[in-house]
Design a protein around this ligand. Structure first.
Ligand code: DC
Length: 217
Protein backbone atom coordinates (compact mmCIF):
# COMPACT_ATOMS: atom_id res chain seq x y z
CA UNK A 1 0.00 0.00 0.00
CA UNK A 2 1.16 3.55 -0.71
CA UNK A 3 1.33 6.16 2.01
CA UNK A 4 1.73 9.92 1.95
CA UNK A 5 2.13 11.62 5.32
CA UNK A 6 1.31 15.29 5.85
CA UNK A 7 2.09 16.76 9.24
CA UNK A 8 2.14 20.29 10.59
CA UNK A 9 0.57 22.73 13.03
CA UNK A 10 -3.09 23.73 13.17
CA UNK A 11 -4.22 25.83 10.24
CA UNK A 12 -1.27 25.20 7.92
CA UNK A 13 -3.68 23.90 5.26
CA UNK A 14 -3.07 20.17 5.73
CA UNK A 15 -6.64 19.01 5.20
CA UNK A 16 -7.31 21.18 2.13
CA UNK A 17 -4.11 19.97 0.47
CA UNK A 18 -4.52 16.34 1.55
CA UNK A 19 -8.10 16.23 0.23
CA UNK A 20 -7.08 17.52 -3.20
CA UNK A 21 -4.09 15.22 -3.47
CA UNK A 22 -6.00 12.13 -2.40
CA UNK A 23 -8.74 12.89 -4.95
CA UNK A 24 -6.18 13.27 -7.73
CA UNK A 25 -4.31 10.11 -6.79
CA UNK A 26 -7.39 8.04 -6.01
CA UNK A 27 -6.13 7.46 -2.46
CA UNK A 28 -8.19 7.53 0.73
CA UNK A 29 -7.83 10.74 2.74
CA UNK A 30 -7.49 10.11 6.45
CA UNK A 31 -7.92 13.10 8.76
CA UNK A 32 -6.44 11.87 12.05
CA UNK A 33 -7.20 15.15 13.86
CA UNK A 34 -10.90 14.31 13.45
CA UNK A 35 -10.31 11.13 15.45
CA UNK A 36 -8.75 13.03 18.37
CA UNK A 37 -11.58 15.54 18.12
CA UNK A 38 -14.16 12.76 18.36
CA UNK A 39 -12.61 11.40 21.55
CA UNK A 40 -12.49 14.97 22.90
CA UNK A 41 -16.18 15.50 22.09
CA UNK A 42 -17.08 12.27 23.88
CA UNK A 43 -15.14 13.46 26.96
CA UNK A 44 -16.84 16.86 26.87
CA UNK A 45 -20.27 15.22 26.53
CA UNK A 46 -19.46 13.18 29.62
CA UNK A 47 -18.41 16.36 31.44
CA UNK A 48 -15.00 14.85 32.14
CA UNK A 49 -12.09 16.68 33.73
CA UNK A 50 -9.73 16.90 30.75
CA UNK A 51 -6.69 17.08 33.01
CA UNK A 52 -7.61 13.78 34.68
CA UNK A 53 -5.64 11.18 32.73
CA UNK A 54 -7.30 8.19 34.35
CA UNK A 55 -10.79 9.45 33.61
CA UNK A 56 -9.97 10.37 30.00
CA UNK A 57 -8.21 7.04 29.40
CA UNK A 58 -11.27 5.15 30.65
CA UNK A 59 -13.64 7.23 28.49
CA UNK A 60 -11.39 6.70 25.48
CA UNK A 61 -11.49 2.91 25.92
CA UNK A 62 -15.30 2.85 26.07
CA UNK A 63 -16.04 5.43 23.33
CA UNK A 64 -17.77 3.75 20.38
CA UNK A 65 -15.78 5.75 17.84
CA UNK A 66 -16.11 4.81 14.20
CA UNK A 67 -14.80 6.21 10.94
CA UNK A 68 -16.95 5.78 7.83
CA UNK A 69 -16.64 6.92 4.25
CA UNK A 70 -19.81 8.33 2.72
CA UNK A 71 -19.48 9.27 -0.97
CA UNK A 72 -15.74 9.24 -0.48
CA UNK A 73 -15.87 11.71 2.41
CA UNK A 74 -14.66 10.82 5.90
CA UNK A 75 -17.32 10.98 8.60
CA UNK A 76 -16.77 10.46 12.31
CA UNK A 77 -19.33 8.58 14.37
CA UNK A 78 -19.90 8.19 18.07
CA UNK A 79 -22.08 5.10 18.23
CA UNK A 80 -24.76 5.92 15.60
CA UNK A 81 -24.35 9.72 15.76
CA UNK A 82 -22.56 11.43 12.90
CA UNK A 83 -20.47 14.01 14.80
CA UNK A 84 -18.49 15.29 11.78
CA UNK A 85 -19.84 18.85 12.23
CA UNK A 86 -20.01 18.84 16.03
CA UNK A 87 -16.23 18.23 16.29
CA UNK A 88 -15.39 21.47 14.44
CA UNK A 89 -15.89 23.95 17.29
CA UNK A 90 -13.10 25.89 19.00
CA UNK A 91 -13.96 24.18 22.30
CA UNK A 92 -13.41 20.75 20.73
CA UNK A 93 -10.16 21.93 19.06
CA UNK A 94 -8.65 22.87 22.40
CA UNK A 95 -10.03 19.75 24.10
CA UNK A 96 -8.55 17.54 21.35
CA UNK A 97 -5.18 19.16 21.87
CA UNK A 98 -5.45 18.35 25.59
CA UNK A 99 -6.68 14.74 25.45
CA UNK A 100 -4.20 13.87 22.69
CA UNK A 101 -1.36 14.02 25.21
CA UNK A 102 -2.47 10.81 26.94
CA UNK A 103 -0.78 7.58 25.77
CA UNK A 104 -4.01 5.52 26.04
CA UNK A 105 -5.74 7.87 23.64
CA UNK A 106 -2.84 7.89 21.20
CA UNK A 107 -2.36 4.12 21.25
CA UNK A 108 -5.99 3.44 20.42
CA UNK A 109 -6.14 5.92 17.57
CA UNK A 110 -2.74 5.05 16.09
CA UNK A 111 -3.89 1.44 15.91
CA UNK A 112 -6.97 2.49 13.90
CA UNK A 113 -4.80 4.66 11.64
CA UNK A 114 -2.30 1.89 10.90
CA UNK A 115 -5.12 -0.54 10.25
CA UNK A 116 -6.58 1.81 7.62
CA UNK A 117 -3.16 2.34 6.04
CA UNK A 118 -2.70 -1.42 5.74
CA UNK A 119 -5.94 -1.68 3.71
CA UNK A 120 -5.83 1.35 1.42
CA UNK A 121 -3.46 3.72 -0.33
CA UNK A 122 -3.68 6.77 1.89
CA UNK A 123 -2.91 10.43 2.25
CA UNK A 124 -2.93 10.82 6.02
CA UNK A 125 -2.65 14.13 7.84
CA UNK A 126 -1.92 14.86 11.49
CA UNK A 127 0.94 15.67 13.84
CA UNK A 128 2.88 12.41 14.19
CA UNK A 129 2.19 10.59 10.93
CA UNK A 130 5.71 10.86 9.49
CA UNK A 131 7.46 10.49 12.84
CA UNK A 132 5.40 7.72 14.39
CA UNK A 133 2.28 6.36 12.66
CA UNK A 134 3.73 5.67 9.20
CA UNK A 135 7.52 5.88 9.51
CA UNK A 136 7.94 4.20 6.11
CA UNK A 137 5.63 6.52 4.17
CA UNK A 138 6.88 7.05 0.62
CA UNK A 139 6.53 10.82 0.92
CA UNK A 140 6.50 12.94 4.08
CA UNK A 141 5.52 16.59 3.97
CA UNK A 142 5.83 19.01 6.86
CA UNK A 143 3.44 21.86 6.12
CA UNK A 144 3.90 25.11 8.04
CA UNK A 145 2.89 28.77 7.98
CA UNK A 146 3.37 31.62 10.43
CA UNK A 147 0.94 31.95 13.35
CA UNK A 148 -0.33 35.25 11.86
CA UNK A 149 -1.13 33.72 8.48
CA UNK A 150 -2.78 30.66 10.00
CA UNK A 151 -4.95 32.76 12.30
CA UNK A 152 -5.97 35.05 9.42
CA UNK A 153 -6.97 32.07 7.28
CA UNK A 154 -9.12 30.69 10.05
CA UNK A 155 -10.60 34.13 10.67
CA UNK A 156 -11.63 34.43 7.01
CA UNK A 157 -13.16 30.95 7.07
CA UNK A 158 -15.28 31.88 10.09
CA UNK A 159 -16.32 35.20 8.54
CA UNK A 160 -17.41 33.42 5.35
CA UNK A 161 -19.51 31.02 7.39
CA UNK A 162 -20.99 33.94 9.33
CA UNK A 163 -19.60 32.62 12.61
CA UNK A 164 -18.57 34.99 15.41
CA UNK A 165 -14.79 35.36 15.65
CA UNK A 166 -12.00 37.55 16.92
CA UNK A 167 -8.63 37.58 15.17
CA UNK A 168 -6.55 38.22 18.30
CA UNK A 169 -8.34 35.38 20.14
CA UNK A 170 -7.65 33.07 17.20
CA UNK A 171 -3.95 33.94 17.24
CA UNK A 172 -3.82 33.13 20.92
CA UNK A 173 -5.69 29.83 20.46
CA UNK A 174 -3.42 28.72 17.62
CA UNK A 175 -0.27 29.64 19.56
CA UNK A 176 -1.62 27.73 22.57
CA UNK A 177 -2.34 24.66 20.46
CA UNK A 178 1.12 24.83 18.82
CA UNK A 179 2.65 24.92 22.26
CA UNK A 180 0.60 21.94 23.52
CA UNK A 181 1.17 19.85 20.40
CA UNK A 182 4.91 20.55 20.14
CA UNK A 183 5.85 20.15 23.79
CA UNK A 184 3.84 17.10 24.88
CA UNK A 185 5.78 14.06 25.98
CA UNK A 186 4.32 11.45 23.61
CA UNK A 187 4.71 11.86 19.84
CA UNK A 188 4.93 15.66 19.83
CA UNK A 189 4.51 17.54 16.59
CA UNK A 190 7.86 17.73 14.88
CA UNK A 191 9.26 17.44 11.41
CA UNK A 192 10.42 13.92 10.62
CA UNK A 193 14.07 13.82 9.58
CA UNK A 194 13.14 12.67 6.09
CA UNK A 195 10.16 15.03 5.68
CA UNK A 196 10.19 17.89 3.19
CA UNK A 197 9.19 21.19 4.75
CA UNK A 198 6.82 23.42 2.78
CA UNK A 199 6.13 26.88 4.21
CA UNK A 200 2.73 27.92 2.84
CA UNK A 201 2.70 31.43 4.36
CA UNK A 202 3.05 33.09 0.97
CA UNK A 203 1.62 30.36 -1.25
CA UNK A 204 -1.86 29.80 -2.66
CA UNK A 205 -3.55 26.40 -2.40
CA UNK A 206 -2.95 25.54 -6.09
CA UNK A 207 0.72 26.47 -5.67
CA UNK A 208 1.09 24.13 -2.70
CA UNK A 209 -0.68 21.28 -4.50
CA UNK A 210 1.52 21.82 -7.56
CA UNK A 211 4.66 21.77 -5.41
CA UNK A 212 3.68 18.48 -3.73
CA UNK A 213 2.62 16.97 -7.05
CA UNK A 214 6.17 17.66 -8.22
CA UNK A 215 7.57 15.97 -5.13
CA UNK A 216 5.40 12.89 -5.70
CA UNK A 217 6.79 12.55 -9.23
O1 DC B 1 -5.63 18.59 12.93
P1 DC B 1 -6.62 19.03 13.98
O2 DC B 1 -6.53 20.50 14.26
O3 DC B 1 -8.02 18.60 13.65
O4 DC B 1 -6.21 18.23 15.33
C1 DC B 1 -6.83 18.48 16.56
C2 DC B 1 -5.86 18.12 17.69
O5 DC B 1 -5.65 16.70 17.73
C3 DC B 1 -4.47 18.72 17.60
O6 DC B 1 -4.39 19.98 18.23
C4 DC B 1 -3.59 17.68 18.26
C5 DC B 1 -4.31 16.39 18.08
N1 DC B 1 -3.72 15.53 17.05
C6 DC B 1 -2.66 14.72 17.41
O7 DC B 1 -2.21 14.80 18.55
N2 DC B 1 -2.12 13.85 16.52
C7 DC B 1 -2.59 13.77 15.27
N3 DC B 1 -2.06 12.89 14.42
C8 DC B 1 -3.66 14.61 14.86
C9 DC B 1 -4.19 15.50 15.77
Amino acid sequence: MKQIAIDGPAGAGKSTIAKQLSAELGYVYIDTGAMYRTIALYCLKNKADLENEEQISALCSEAAIDIRYIDGVQHMFLAEDDVSDAIRTEEVSQAASTVSKYPKVRTRLVEMQRELASQYNVVMDGRDIGTHVLPDASLKIYLTASVEVRAERRYKEYLEKGLPCDLEEMKKDIAQRDHNDMTREHSPLKKAEDAIEVDTSHMTIPEVVEKIRGLIK
